[in-house]
Write a protein that binds this ligand. Structure first.
Ligand code: 13P
Length: 237
């Protein structure tokens, strides 16, 4: 079984998210899809969705508090309202565009770990690090595990090289193979790949040893594209 996750990022409204989730839910039931599917809508579109067992709705982000004075952030009570128990932490856009430090990220990880959340924890190197070679890349990723309890049983790690995100250019099969082999030696949890995954490359990516699934942005935002991807992944089981 594989994990197929869709990160909506700053796309989809409350209305279109509802339609998307309802239609994907129906698709999973009609086609008897067995893989685990995750959808991460924007915070404004979270709701109490009725979904089949293998469709999980998660939050893209939340602050490490129950509630309080953190303008612009949401906390535990906002996730509880919709029974959300799954969260993305450490995404490269939050690290590099929104300026989240490893310290903040580890505080989030530990807070949501203490609440028993399923955490999809994202790591990945920028291009200038990749260009310095494999050991620099692994050293960079190693630092992204600082303060993170890799033994927490409800973790999924997503390796998403920053230079492959939203560029249309995925990492090569050779590079993914190499990095996933190294990472899987230190991780006991499922390990996803993310970065320009789409219908045309998902098959070869899912065939890579130690790739337990994918985290997809752009190619998952149109319902028909996401269905194609789910279909292709399903045909490999
Ligand atoms: P893309 O699929 O658009 O490259 O985004 C990947 C990603 O960041 C998923 O979290």
């Amino acid at each position: 079984m594989k994990i197929i996750a869709s990160n909506f990022k700053t796309n989809h409204t409350r209305k279109s998210t509802k339609e998307f989730i309802e239609n994907i839910n129906k698709f999973l039931i009609d086609k008897n899809i067995k893989n685990d599917i995750y959808i991460f809508p924007p915070a404004t579109a979270l709701d109490r969705f009725e979904t089949t067992n293998n469709l999980t709705i998660g939050a893209q982000n939340a602050f490490y508090v129950k509630d309080g004075s953190y303008t612009g952030e949401i906390g535990k009570i906002h996730l509880d309202e919709f029974n959300i128990k799954t969260i993305l932490i450490g995404h490269s856009e939050r690290r590099h565009i929104l300026g989240e430090t490893q310290k903040t990220i580890s505080l989030k990880f530990n807070y949501f770990k203490s609440l028993g959340y399923k955490i999809i924890y994202c790591v990945g190197e920028p291009l200038e690090i990749k260009n310095q070679g494999l050991s620099q890349t692994l050293g960079y990723i190693q630092k992204q595990f600082e303060g993170i309890d890799l033994d927490y049983e409800n973790t999924i790690v997503a390796y998403e090289p920053v230079w492959a995100i939203g560029t249309g250019v995925s990492s090569t099969v050779e590079d993914i193979t190499q990095i996933h082999k190294k990472l899987s030696k230190k991780l006991s949890c499922p390990l996803l790949y993310g970065g320009s995954v789409k219908a045309s490359n998902i098959s070869e990516i899912l065939d890579i040893t130690n790739v337990d699934g994918v985290l997809i942005g752009t190619a998952s935002w149109l319902e028909e594209d996401f269905k194609d991807i789910i279909d292709i992944a399903n045909s490999k089981n």
